[in-house]
Design a protein around this ligand. Sequence first.
Ligand code: HXC
Length: 310
Amino acid sequence: MPIAKSEYLSEVWKDGLFADRVVFCTGGNGSICSAQVRALVHLGANACIVGRNPEKTKTVAQDIATARPGSKVLGIGDIDVRDPERLQSAIDRCVQELGGIDFLIAGAAGNFLAPMSQLSINAFKTVLEIDTVGSFNVTKLAMPHLLSSVKKHTSGPPSGRIIYVSATMHYTGAPLQTHVTVAKAGVDALAVNVAIEYGPYGITSNVISPGPIKDTEGTRRLSAKPRSDNKRIPLGRSGTVKEIADATVYLFSDAANYVNGVVMPVDGGAWRVGGGNPGRDFEYPDFILSGEKVNIKAAERKPKTGNSKL
Ligand code: HXC
């Protein structure tokens, strides 16, 4: 369904800003990443989004394509960032059908609330494998194309740029989020090392760290009820996907040519006062000491099927 531009992009950006550029995005069927990609497509880019759920990925891609008549948006499902061969096949298809990869958004992530006492060894490893190893995998596999992009495009819109979608909770630590704090700290470290090692080749690598963002799967998984108490957010409200999309446009635009190795929270200042941490509905430390299980519908465990795909 076409979405009004005002929901995913500010008026400040110029149409055609990313003309003739291609963005590859993992986790692209999610609420935050799809808004990021939609904004880039609106401003001239073509895109390839990948995700685990084939139907959802295809539908979201078709939907994103409505942001600009004539755009090309591929939606490739059945792609798990933990599986380098599947990821490589999607990258190959993107390059073949869209002509290359100029921008990368590493957004695939997994999350649920669980105290360490209820976090199995496999559950911890799973989130690290999706968030941290998955971000490394896509960086490694897309890098040859990002490097070609820098060589190929000596004028016009920028090329060879990466954004990692991270979080803020590891700045302070957060109850019920051991797996995610460790995983996202790794993502931030990865981004910085990419900036250091590939900056000399003309690549920029930066992190966007969303705070509490309204109407996203992350928020649904991490709260038992819709957030009504915004007192612990300096700006007094949750963020919107549009605000993450605007930060994305900035980092991929000419305006950010000299920005590299930066971790940019987009959270209304929430992390500074501990207002961005998930799990707020589970009083600390009472909930941990109670030994109770987290009860959030959206984050319920799926029955085991022997198949790790959604
Ligand atoms: C405890 C849980 C659990 C839960 C799963 N596990 N859910 N443990 N509490 N609620 C355990 C399982 O029991 C299993 O361990 C292990 O995790 C792997 O689970 P699987 O379902 O087999 O794995 P998989 O299908 O790969 O699923 C990955 C997942 C799942 C992350 C666990 O939640 C998922 O697919 N999520 C979809 C993506 C997602 O979460 N998006 C939101 C991202 S938001 P055992 O020991 O039983 O084998 C985000 C925002 C962060 O990242 C910042 C917010 C501010």
